[in-house]
Design a binder for this molecule. Sequence first.
Ligand code: G6P
Length: 607
Amino acid sequence: MCGVIGAVSHEQVGQLLVDGLQRLEYRGYDSAGVVTVSEKGLARLREVGKVRALNQSMQKSPLFGQCGLAHTRWATHGKPTQTNAHPHVSRDSVAVVHNGIIDNCDAIREELLADGYVFASETDTEVIAHAFHQAYGETKDAILALRQTCDRLHGTYAFGLVLRDEPGKLWAACHGSPLVVGIGDQAHYIASDMVALASLTSRYIYLEDGDSVVMTQDHLQIFNKRNQPVTRELHELSLSVGQTSKGEYRHHMLKEIHEQPEVIKNTLAGRLTQEDVLASLFPEEAMTMLEGIDRVQIVACGTSYNAGMVASYWFESIAGIPCQVEIASEYRYRHHVVKDNALFLTISQSGETADTIAALKHAQMFGYQATVTVCNAANSALARLSDYVLLTQAGVEIGVASTKAFTTQLTVLLLLVLGMGQQRQCEGLNVIKQGLALLPESVEKLLDLASQIEPIAQWLSHYQHALYLGRHTCYPIAQEGALKLKEISYIHAEAYPAGELKHGPLALVDENMPIIILAPNDGMIDKLLANVQEVAARGGHLVVLTDAPERFAKSQNTRIIPMPAIMPALVPLLYTVPLQLLAYDVATVLGTDVDQPRNLAKSVTVE
Ligand code: G6P
């Protein structure tokens, strides 16, 4: 969603800010803008569409100044137009960029209108600019005015602010939306995520909820929500340009699919011990708590929810622990009956998804034994709010459609299930551990399927709809496959447990409805064969992923993707990969924007 970057430096910042926006493009956006401040005042450029349009405007009319802000906007309040694009300005003297949603913006707008302020946009952000202008006019003290402005806002925000009359200073504040401060060489930066600052610094401070900050090129002062000066921990993190570039690949998504063997290996490193798996995942004091857990509640959104669905099958079948899964936006708005000894588990790639954070805060009212998050971002809000963090080692994921984050989530979740199974002396764990140790290699081999998947993708790209079917853990993997296809190719795709076919979706089946069936050779394959016949009898076209191709009648309406035989516990991890490749290939045939699909955002930081 919206991306924020700001800089105050000993050198010109205009181009540096636009370059930073390019690194934020992956978050998803529909317009972009930049403002600089110099002795001549504020200078601003805004464009609808891609950052490259803003870059072109910068080439034609460069912005000068050693301090400034830039923003990619994902429209919430008001259409994606130039006037709604950030930065927003109050009376030519205050400029603001903002990520988040101001819930009480209508009420503040009414008050400001009554006080004579004129609004140029439909955005909630503009109230921040005018409210600050008003408070600064009254107090003549920018830090105090910033605090008064924040106290007036309800909702979530991470915003940066510059003043015409103070060209060497930058202010920022956050509440409920992440903001990182970068420490440079005679420069300070702000950004909504550290990827924006990748080539500028490796020293970061993560602001806490309610913090505000003022910075010059040499000085930095942070205040807490009570306006007391505070210090926050400095982190050294080197994010190489290689981690955020496409390298030899055509798209980030393809690179990330191919990185899976390596990141799964990194995620397993040091954790897959013959002794106690949990000891490698948690601090000592968590062991007794986990031993007493009788049930697990998982909450997540999007792809992470699909990972949670797979984990719920694993918790019950491998570790014998009852497990429920719920979409975060549903969980957060209902009452819950929580029995004793329940564990609350969130899953999130970014750790910043607004609904998942709200669900965690909601859960904290219901007496769970502990909260754990499976997350790819060590310093994210979810990681900070949870009792324990299980980090995935996916590295930076740029493609909006999640791939390597998903398979590393599954890897960590399986480790957790194995660990809790060990505590409960469950059987069959060692075999799974042995298979898991070989998983990076197994996934590597699967990538060779690409040449067999390409012609199937060519064929699939001619359809408007697709159905995905699976049973047991293959049902959530079918959901994930359908999600990938719709996200990046815009083909309508739905997933069903195969047994539900006759309860509705069969009505849709004809020669225009391709069906993708996940059919591992396990105890359910006979049931799936029955489903296949139901589809074939109605002229439906099938793509079957299976390690038992001989069981499926050869016909021109059936296309097989041959899978290796694998133990049931690892089926979801393996069957994901060809579905990712299939969606990717269909999207490239159709020529869609694979890495930044329309209307979608990588981090959904607003409700
Ligand atoms: C967005 C992304 C998805 C992601 C979902 C949940 O919709 O486009 O790829 O699965 O958010 O994000 P999270 O960071 O919580 O895993």
